[in-house]
Write a protein that binds this ligand. Structure first.
Ligand code: ZN
Length: 128
C-alpha cells in the first residue's frame, strides 16, 4: 500500500498548523523541514530574495513512490510557477496544478478511508 501523506507539524506565522504535506521521512513539509534550512538559506542568499526566481525543482532528487511524493513535487512546481512572470501560460499551468492537486488529495483521502475500513474489517475477523 502507498505511504499516506501526513500534514506538516509546523505552525505558520499566524499560529495555525501548516497545511503542507510532510516530506517522506520527515515530520515537516519542504518549507519547514529543518534538514533543508541550509539549502533554503543558500537559495535566498543568491541574488536577493525579491528578484530571484526560485528553481526549487532543481533540488528534486527523489523517486515518486507515494501520493505524498507527488504532492511534494506538485508543491515545488507550483512554487516555481508562482514566481514566474504573470502570463496566461502561467495561469493555465497553475490551474492544471490545482486540478492535479485536487486529484492527488482526493485519491489520498480515499486511500486513507479504505485503510480505515480495512482495519475495522480485519479487527472483526479476528474476533469471530
Ligand atoms: Zn509546513
Amino acid at each position: 500500500m502507498a505511504t499516506m501523506a501526513r500534514q506538516c507539524k509546523a505552525r505558520t506565522k499566524n499560529g495555525r498548523r501548516c497545511e503542507g504535506f510532510a516530506v517522506t521521512g520527515s515530520l515537516y513539509c519542504l518549507t519547514h523541514d529543518p534538514n533543508r534550512a541550509e539549502a533554503r538559506a543558500a537559495r535566498n542568499r543568491k541574488g536577493g530574495r525579491k528578484h530571484a526566481v526560485p528553481k526549487l525543482l532543481d533540488e528534486w532528487t527523489r523517486k515518486i513512490e507515494s501520493i505524498g511524493d507527488l504532492l511534494d513535487l506538485l508543491n515545488l512546481i507550483i512554487a516555481d510557477t508562482v514566481a514566474q512572470e504573470n502570463t496566461a501560460a502561467r495561469s493555465r499551468a497553475l490551474l492544471a496544478a490545482v486540478e492535479t492537486g485536487l486529484r492527488c488529495i482526493t485519491q489520498n483521502e480515499l486511500e486513507n478511508r479504505v485503510a480505515a475500513i480495512e482495519a475495522v474489517l480485519k479487527n472483526r475477523e479476528v474476533k469471530r
